[in-house]
Design a protein around this ligand. Structure first.
Ligand code: KG4
Ligand code: ZN
Length: 336
């Protein structure tokens, strides 16, 4: 039984083919990074238009890499929430059209839950129950995941998401977009102890995050109070130190909150997803922490960390339960 999955929630146009046994046969992602780079962030209208142009070729490519034809598809899955509404609408409309034309079921999948499910896909075995951390450009949240479909939020960010902080700090440092990989590269040459940036809520017994103060602290450390006139710092030791010290602070907080969530929940497994989980320092520190806590860590390979459509294989779990979407399935920008 072949499924096609569709992802258009933000700035990646993606399609994947997978089976009811959770074998991923293709996972195609067309990135729009170049279109958004000169604006320093994702421009929603540009994202929607690019999805319109890219989606059908990406679906064709996913089918062809999987070695199947459109008529072999038995179910259509789509990330319909959360995300940019105009971007989501492109994927949802295409999925509805495909399901209707093929006469097969349609399943709506939550993109955030999909990020946790990417860990299940990569592990090729059951990972539930577990603590889930989703850490991306739009979300930073901890979940108690009793099963693939039963997620209870333990806490989230009160302001910026961790990926958003990476992107904004990259802009302050003049490192370009997307910020996460650029800050990580810059940090490699820096001293993570050069600046002592705030670790908000780290020592408090609460599963919440806040990265906006950290971002402002980087801004002031970079430019002093003369922020309005400031140009990005030149390449050199200070810039690398700022990047490394910032990255260290984010990683300290994320790892500390995962430790708290594991201890509080009594669960012995941690599943991590979302674009920021591509960060090597975060991966290494989470591995150390989980080993000290005697917890099992699940982090997918990079292609399954950042936005993709294979993680829509969560639809297979819904398909087993007969949880099909109505034909009027809508894009829901804000629902987790
Ligand atoms: O999950 P994702 O691909 O899209 C959203 O759903 O947001 O995450 C994108 C975010 C961006 O903010 C990007 O800067 C961040 O993930 N990111 C990273 C790294 N790679 C991507 N952050 C830190 N280190 C990285 N290596
Ligand atoms: Zn995402």
């Amino acid at each position: 039984m072949y499924f096609i999955g569709i992802e258009t929630s933000c700035d990646e146009t993606a399609a994947a083919v997978f089976t009811d046994e959770l074998r991923v046969l293709s996972n195609v992602v067309a990135s729009q990074t170049d279109l958004h780079a000169r604006f320093g962030g994702v421009v929603p209208e540009i994202a929607s238009r690019a999805h319109l142009r890219n989606l059908l070729p990406v679906i064709d490519e996913a089918l062809s890499r999987a070695g199947i034809g459109l008529l072999d598809v038995g179910c259509v899955a789509v990330h319909h929430t959360p995300g940019l509404v105009g971007a989501l609408l492109v994927g949802v409309s295409a999925a509805k059209m495909l399901a209707l034309a093929l006469g097969v079921p349609l399943i709506g999948v939550n993109h955030i839950h999909g990020h946790v499910f990417a860990c299940r896909l990569a592990a090729e075995r059951d990972i539930f129950p577990c603590v889930g951390l989703v850490v991306s450009g739009g979300h930073t949240a901890l979940f108690r995941c009793d099963s693939a479909l039963s997620l209870t939020m333990l806490g989230g960010t009160r302001d910026d998401a961790a990926g958003e902080a990476f992107d904004k700090v990259a802009a302050i440092l003049g490192l370009g977009f997307p910020g996460g990989p650029a800050v990580e590269r810059e940090a490699a040459a820096g001293d993570p102890t050069a600046f002592r940036f705030p670790r908000t809520f780290l020592d408090e017994d609460r599963l919440e995050f806040s990265f906006s103060g950290l971002k402002t602290a980087v801004l002031y450390a970079c430019h002093g109070q003369n922020v309005a006139k400031a140009a990005p710092p030149p390449p050199g030791k200070k810039r690398a130190d700022l990047a490394a010290s910032f990255q260290e602070a984010v990683v300290d907080v994320l790892v500390g909150k995962c430790r708290q969530a594991l201890r509080r929940s009594g669960l012995g497994r941690l599943a991590v997803g979302g674009g920021v989980s591509a960060n090597k320092l975060l991966r290494a520190r989470l591995a150390e922490m989980c080993s000290a806590e005697r917890a099992e860590l699940f982090i997918p390979p990079l292609t399954l960390c950042t936005d993709n459509a294979a993680m829509a294989a969560l639809a297979v779990e819904k398909w087993r339960l007969g949880e099909f979407a109505p034909p009027d399935l809508d894009a829901e920008p804000n629902t987790i």
